[in-house]
Each structure stands twice: as C-alpha cells, then as structure tokens.
Design a protein around this ligand. Sequence first.
Ligand SMILES: Nc1ncnc2c1ncn2[C@@H]1O[C@H](COP(=O)(O)OP(=O)(O)OP(=O)(O)O)[C@@H](O)[C@H]1O
Ligand SMILES: [Mg+2]
Length: 272
Amino acid sequence: MTALVIENLNKVYTDAYSGEEVTAIGDVSFTVERGEFVSVLGPSGCGKTTVLNTVAGFVEPTGGVVEVDGSPVSAPGPDRGVVFQSHALFPWKTVLGNAVFGLRMKGVPRAERERRGREYLELVGLGGFERKYPHELSGGMQQRLGVARVLANEPAVMLMDEPFASIDAQTRRRLQEDLTRIFEERRPTVFFVTHDIDEAVFLSDRVVVLSGRPSTVQEIVTVDLPRPRTWREAVDLPEFRDKVARINDLLSGGAGTGGGARVDSDSPVDVV
Ligand SMILES: Nc1ncnc2c1ncn2[C@@H]1O[C@H](COP(=O)(O)OP(=O)(O)OP(=O)(O)O)[C@@H](O)[C@H]1O
Ligand SMILES: [Mg+2]
C-alpha cells in the first residue's frame, strides 16, 4: 500500500517586493510505500524543505498532486507528524506533556495517552525523564523527544527535515542508530530530508536524489543493506560504499556525463 504519492509537484514563489519568481520545485514525482523509509537528498536550495512542507500541508503547491493514504493534502493534519530541525517543544510542558500533546489534541483519554506517552519515551531512551522540562534536556535528548512526540501520534507519514543537523557528530550517529532501531521495530512510514549522504544511505530503503534548481528527480537509489543496521557493520559493507559513491557521483554532476568523470572537480556541488 502506498502511503505517500508525489506527482509532478511544482512550486513557484513570487517575491512580494520585486515580483520576481523563484522555482523552488521544478517537477518532482516519487512515492513512499507504507512502512518504508525514504530520504530526499539534493543540493542546497533545490526545494527539499519545500517538498516536505507541501506534504505537511504548510505550503500550497503551484502544480501537481500530493496524496497521503489516498487523500489529497490540503492542510496540516494529525495523519502527518513533523520532526523539525530545531526542537519546537513547549518549554512550559514536561517531557511527558510534550510527548502526549498531539494525543491530547486528538481527544485520547488521559490514561491511554499517558500509557502511550511513556511507551514512546521509553522507546527513544527517555524513560525516567517524564517529569523533566525541555530545558533540562541536552540537544540530542530534545530531538529524541521530538521523535517520541511524533511517533506517539502514530501518523500515516512521519516527516523529518534534517532533524540531526545541529547535533554533534557523535550524538548524531547514536540518534541515527536509535532511529533505525525504532524504524525496524515499529515500521512507521518515514520521509526524511538530509544533506548527509552517509546518513541517507544508512537509514533508508530508497534515496531520492534531486537535481539543482529547477529540481527534478535525478535518480531513485535503492539501498539493500540488511536490517537491523548498525554503523559499525554498515560502513564496511560494499553495498553501503557503492550507494554512497553512486549518490556522490549524482550530486557532483558526474551522472550522465561519463560516470564519475567529474567527481574530483574542484567546484563540487554544495551537498554537505
Ligand atoms: N517562503 C518562500 N518565499 C520565497 N522563496 C522561498 C520560500 N521558501 C523557499 N524559497 C526558495 O525556494 C528555494 C528552495 O528552498 P528550500 O528551502 O525548499 O530548499 P532546500 O533544498 O530545503 O535547501 P537547504 O538544503 O538549504 O535546506 C530556495 O531558492 C528558496 O530561497
Ligand atoms: Mg531545507
């Protein structure tokens, strides 16, 4: 069953002052199956966030179709949960209060929401922190809480826009492994935006590689790494290295111009 359909998506912004038009998304099509982890990679400014925001219902497309579980997206809704790059937590609510916020909005009874809140906090490694406040958590823990809050809602699609970008490298690796474990246990449907090729390959079932503006899909790379995945094992597998190299090639402009001929160009595309 297909959870997310994006078909011929196009977005043109018009500058409010100059009237100048900016094509944020050229023509983008791909799907995400239920229980699949799909990442989107592409040069800075190619419209990754705009694609995610149209799926979230924050941005109205200029053209094309976005469907979640067979219904067209017209506004934000609880069937799509967003984990933001910065934590977007409520500072006046406890960790548990933050985790169950969406359930409260949906009218889930108190005992049930507490049970689910605790379960998902446990899952992301925040068991025991229920009564703390966000400012008492580290950046990595706040990001875990962002993940728990979305998971607790059990959305049809989980949307993540560079959720680990502002986190130190070591913590980021741990969060990536945690996210993989959670994905393997629960099989949510995930649409993940990143700049980080290794991260995309490590986490994903498929990676959608976008071109620079006006963006189109250059290639959809399937990753057949076995699960469960850990960094220690993944980095040594030829499949991991091959897929990283392939995507690197695509993003460096090597694709279609003689394989990796331009990978070592001295003006690499800004992808990291
Ligand atoms: N609200 C807006 N109004 C006008 N232009 C916008 C708006 N939002 C985005 N853009 C433009 O659309 C293009 C795509 O932006 P977007 O943020 O989607 O790219 P991105 O791929 O997420 O970039 P990054 O990798 O840097 O996060 C950019 O040129 C950006 O300046
Ligand atoms: Mg972005």
